[in-house]
Structure formats: C-alpha cells, structure tokens
Design a protein around this ligand. Structure first.
Ligand SMILES: Nc1nc2c(c(=O)[nH]1)N[C@H]1C(S)=C(S)[C@@H](COP(=O)(O)O)O[C@H]1N2
Ligand SMILES: [Mo]
Length: 369
C-alpha cells in the first residue's frame, strides 16, 4: 500500500492526531540558542516504548569479531561528549506542498537544536572489530508498529564511513538531563547534519551487515521519488534553511503578526544546512521580490545552527510578507515555493519561510489595558 497523497486544503482526522503526538518547535523558540527540551519537535512513528533503564542492554553484533552487550552504566563509563546538534524532520515543510503526503503535517517547525550528551559511536565499532564483509551498520529501535500494512521494527542503517564520523554518538542525556521517553530513553543515536530519521531512538541493537539495508524506513520511505512505484534516491542530509522568530505580536488564531509603524523592528533567527556551513542569510519584506543581506552570527557548537539578525524599517502602515533564505558554503539555497520538484513523500521541502505582518499606525487600534 503506497503513501496516501491529498490535494485537500483541509487536514484529515489522522493528520490532526499525528500533529498532536508529534509537535513542532514554537517559532518564538528560535530566540533560544539551545532549544529548551519541551519545545524541541518530536517525531514518533509508533508508540513510545517503555524501556527499563536498569535492565537496559544494547546489543552490538553481526559481522564483528567480538559482539558486545553494553548496559547503560557501561556506556556512561566510556568517553563522554556533549554537542549541540541541529535536528530537523525530513517531512519538514510538507503542509506547504500540494499535493501532500498524509503523515505528520509539518509547516516550518519540525526543528530543534539541543545539546546531546553521550559517547562517540566510532570507537565502539572499532573495538568490536568489524569483519571484512561489513558494509553498513544497522540501528534497530525498541518500537514496533504496522506502517502501510507492513509490521516492522523502526530501523535504519548508515555506511561505515557515516557511522564513524565526528559527532555521531550514542546519547543518554539532552540539555543536561537524562533523555526523556519521547526523545529516545534510555539511549539513542544522534547523526548531525542528517534529517532526523537517521537518529534512531530507543536503541535496541547495532548490527554490522553485509549488504546495504533496504528495509522499509530506508528502501521505501525517506526517498525522493516522483511516484509511488519509483525507487528514487535516499533522503540524507538537511537542505539549507533560515527561519526568523516572528516579530511583533500575533493574532491568536491565524498568527498574523502586528507591529507599529515608524520603527526599526529587530529581526532575529537561525539558519542551518547539512551540506556545509551557512555562508549567507538574506531577508525580504516584500514577499521575496527584493532581498537585503542579513547579518550572519556565530554557530552554536560544531553541529548546531547559526544565528542571524537584521533590522527591518517598518515605516509605512500596510500588509507585508517577511521572508528569509539561507545559502550554504556549497552554494545550495532555498527555493521560493514548496514542492518544486515535487516528491511523493513530500520530504526535504525547504521553501523560504513566509511571515504575514500588518504594520499599524501606533495608537490607532482597540486594545484592552
Ligand atoms: N526508534 C525510532 N527512532 C526514531 C523515530 C521513530 O519513530 N522510532 N523517528 C525518527 C524521526 S523520523 C525523527 S525526525 C527523529 C525525531 O527525533 P525527536 O523526536 O527526538 O525530535 O527521530 C527519529 N528516530
Ligand atoms: Mo522525521
């Protein structure tokens, strides 16, 4: 059974359920250099499995000389690293596309940049002694479900090279506290630069394998394909994106912004790319017809997002559409619109953010206090 796609502007009951289980980061959360953990987005395909941390064991096996069974204490006794890591779901921007896939109906908020603490994966793979025939490492979670009619464990692989990269870790803490259940307790993989599906939560086992993994979450889902029956290309690293913390105050329902005229409005935001450092961020107040250079700030850690800022001169009353766009060091940038070229899973949609703003004459409108 292929993915379902819809052109309806209305969301289905299933999508609303998905959106409640898997929430976005609030756009105003962009003001925090490190995302407070309850604000970080969530994506959970099946159930959050109950895993007893006291009884926990990670199996490392397959094509290795010395299979290991590691308790949480064993893992915590290993070299400890903390890294800020920009995470984003591959379904990012899906609701801006038409048609869209029926899954988690993300707009712009499938993001977060938290500080993960754990132990590097590379040395563990080295110690087990990968055998010659090993080509990939498979990561299997404790969670199990039925997806498009197929019962499965959530599992994904990485090539030996990707698995041993700097920053790839087995994490047991986030922002200085033990992993909460929804983020993968007691132990998860964190793969900087990649869309989130690579960072397998609730890790049960790590297995060195002889053939590239072609299971459901890799051979079928998370691929850029034009139709359901095409094999397509794997979804890997995050495409560049910039986002601003929306200025002014919001309307409660539609979240249009209101600012008063005749002032310089400070705009701040974050930008990232999995394909290299961010090289520039631009800002537009006219729906992307003209662009101004924003000021690019520093990066949070080695794998986090970059800060940026800009001053917007909101002189005249009227309706505006604010946008921003990032370009990375490799020259990749963001398209103006979602879904070009369209892909069947509506993955990796990095169209520019659009923030509707009404600039009002100061003191002209009704208010209560
Ligand atoms: N075992 C397991 N790992 C998983 C998932 C899952 O459903 N099961 N979801 C993946 C996806 S698609 C994303 S985007 C990230 C989300 O991580 P977060 O919920 O901590 O933000 O976890 C990934 N790891
Ligand atoms: Mo995801």
């Amino acid at each position: 059974m292929p993915n379902r796609v819809t052109e309806s502007a209305q969301f289905t009951r299933e999508e609303v359920m998905q959106a409640q289980r898997c929430h976005s980061m609030h756009a105003e959360g962009l003001r925090y250099p490190v995302t407070p953990i309850g604000m970080h987005y969530l994506l959970i395909h099946y159930d959050i499995p109950y895993v007893d941390p006291g009884a926990y064991e990670l199996e490392v096996g397959g094509l290795v000389q010395e299979p290991l069974r590691l308790t949480l204490e064993d893992i915590k006794a290993r070299p400890k690293v903390t890294e800020a890591v920009m995470m984003e779901c591959a379904g990012t921007g899906r609701s801006h596309a038409s048609p869209r896939t029926v899954f988690v109906p993300w707009f712009d908020g499938a993001i977060g940049c938290a500080e993960w603490t754990g132990t590097p994966l590379g040395p563990i793979l080295e110690e087990t002694g990968l055998l010659d025939g090993a080509v990939e490492v498979l990561f299997t979670g404790h969670d199990r479900g039925v997806e498009q009619g197929i019962e499965q464990d959530f599992e994904r692989s990485l090539s030996l090279e990707e698995a041993s990269r700097e920053g790839v870790m087995l994490a047991y803490e986030v922002n200085g506290v033990p992993l909460p259940p929804q983020h993968g307790a007691p132990l998860r993989l964190v793969v900087p630069g990649w869309y989130g599906m690579a960072s397998v939560k609730w890790l049960r086992s790590i297995t060195a394998i002889a053939e590239p993994f072609d299971g459901f979450q890799q051979g079928n889902q998370y691929r850029y394909k034009r139709s359901a029956d095409e094999k397509g290309e794997p979804v890997t690293r995050q495409r560049p994106r910039a986002m601003m913390a929306p200025p002014g105050i919001p309307s409660q329902l539609g979240r249009t912004r209101y600012v008063e005229s005749g002032q310089k409005v400070p705009i701040e935001g974050r930008a990232w790319s999995g394909w290299g450092p961010v090289a520039r961020v631009e800002f537009s107040a006219d729906g992307g017809r003209s662009w101004e250079e924003a000021e690019l700030g520093g990066r949070i850690g080695r794998f986090g997002w970059f800060g940026w800022s800009h001053e917007w001169e909101a002189h005249a009353p009227g309706e505006y559409e604010l946008s921003c766009r990032a370009t990375d060091a490799a020259g990749n940038t963001q398209p103006p619109d979602a879904g070009e070229p369209w892909n069947h899973g509506t993955y990796g949609i990095n169209a520019v953010q659009r923030v509707p703003v009404v600039v009002r004459e100061g003191g002209e409108h009704e208010h209560q206090n």
